[in-house]
Design a protein around this ligand. Sequence first.
Ligand code: ZN
Length: 440
Amino acid sequence: MRALRGRLFHLKGSSFRDPKPEWYDDGLLVIDDEGLIKSFGEAHLMLHDLPDYCQAIDHRPYWILPGFVDVHTHFVQLDIIASHGESLLNWLERYTFPAEERFISPEVSKETARYFLNEMLSHGVTTASVYGSVHQTSCEALFCEAEHLGMRLLAGKTLMNRNAPEALIQHDLQSRDLEATQSLIEHWHGRKRLAYSLTPRFAPTSTDEQMRWVGEMFQASLAGNVSSGPLFLQSHLAENLDECRWVASLYPDSRSYCQVYETFQQLGPGAIYGHCIHLNDRDRALMASRGASIAFCPSSNLFLGSGLFDLDAAVSAGIKVGLGTDLGAGTSMSMFKTMLSAYQVCKLRGQALSPEGAFFLATLGGAQALGLDQLIGNFQVGKEADFQVINPVAIPLIERRFQRTTTRSEELFALLALGDERCLAATYVLGDRVVTGHAH
Ligand SMILES: [Zn+2]
């Protein structure tokens, strides 16, 4: 058993509109030997119940928050972050595809996976849904490193067999593609805290045949035909208007872009679609009825000029939404910066995003969007103890701003707007400290 003392903050609500924040200014978080949350609450009420051998680690006056959940990112695009000047389709051709070709190398895969996960944890992100390249090696390396770190992680090898460079398509021959996916599922899905996510990049780069078997495999797993549990699925949808026009030309008989995924049985619980900017109400109702979720990737959408996601419409339709950094089009691994971009996108849409609502999207909301909220996302007893210790005043400007704040909500917003990884004192995975940060 372990215990940590500090200022506890988490969300208990069901939506970003009703996040139900809970604070314990002098709180205690008790973790059992399995790395699960045993109890939490006011320190002065709980300290006398701790056994003698359990000395609470005192993080006061730092804050203890649930680990962030990044619902959409590409580890194989780490090295093209901050590449100038393109919109989606040119971006893919000019930067993404050449960068991803390098992951045929196990060495590149391993070195990048290690760097990427360490960087994620150094930003307080403890769970993510991650795209690999088309190469099996990329996912092998990522799962291997995540297992070593004890992280809860979803990942999949990108599927792509048309409208992409020969070097990527040739590697991705139909039979090898299916075999590689099956092999990754057998080896990694349900192993420790890892899960496999079927990952067709997006409809334009998969043939009908590939789209078909992906949908069939997904549905079979939802029906209980995969012994290690239902598979996840991740893809992109309606990010940019040129892309939408392209999909319309590739699928002239389809009612909409979203309908293409429906036709191929790829909408369902555990399916999460990146962006979803250019959707209509019928598409949203369809996604909600199937239990598919959305990854809102605001910094990426602003960076590529893709458009402004309509958070209110998605949530009103009943769709679960989480926040994604979408590296490398996203401009940061920081969920603070991602929350600020989300706030700005909402502002430009004339919508309100409260600080508590933003933290909801970055923690419990992300867990809900991935269907993992029974396991992670807040401090509920029995959940996995993945959390971060934050010292907001490690940044001098936040310290100065805090001299003028009068409520917890104002403090939270200042942290959201001005914070970054310099505030991180430590990251814990299953109750074990895995990173000691700048602010320690
Ligand atoms: Zn993406």
